[in-house]
Design a protein around this ligand. Sequence first.
Ligand code: CA
Ligand code: CA
Ligand code: CA
Length: 217
Amino acid sequence: MYIMNGLNRKNLQKDADDICKGAPTLHFNRREVQALLVLFKGFNNKGEKLDRNQFRDFLQVWFSMTEDLLMDRVFRAFDTDSDSYINTKEWVEGLSVFMRGTLDEKIDYTFKVYDLNGDSYISREEMFQMLKNSLVKQPTEEDPDEGVKDLVETALKKMDFDHDSRLSFADFKQAVVAEELLLEAFGPCLPDEKSLEVYEAKLADVAMDFTDFSSKN
Ligand code: CA
Ligand code: CA
Ligand code: CA
């Protein structure tokens, strides 16, 4: 019922197989990868890639994300070849971490999201920018930036283990391993439990249309 025009089962199997072979740590089996390819085409029947707006729609509709800066960063984290589009391989591999990643994979992912300029550190300014966006403004406050600055200092106190006033990947990882809630310290960029449940159900529903064509998985 989910097989749409232009979607040939054989091609779908081949595409899914190629993606699975190229990604040994994938958390989806081949049936699920085929279903993800169908869902991908559902967003974008004509093109072979999702553009930024199509991907943002997906994050908004299914995962209730609203924050522009973080949605853009999530897009960048998925777009591993940096061509400003999400291809099917990036889609499946990105969702593997996003939906079912191990803690280590999620630490890699969120650090990448939060390192806004990609220099391998989360700086004071980057923390400030992200926390400012996610904080509800108090109109009574004389200087709303003061509250955000306090949060940045609190984060540094907790996470900046080598005291150089910025978070390296090692700082970030050590902090998150000690206290998992810090994984999303600078704003939501992973699915909340309820949204994830709904999307997993959708995926399972579409995957029922496929038989496992491989003995592996
Ligand atoms: Ca890309
Ligand atoms: Ca940075
Ligand atoms: Ca540091």
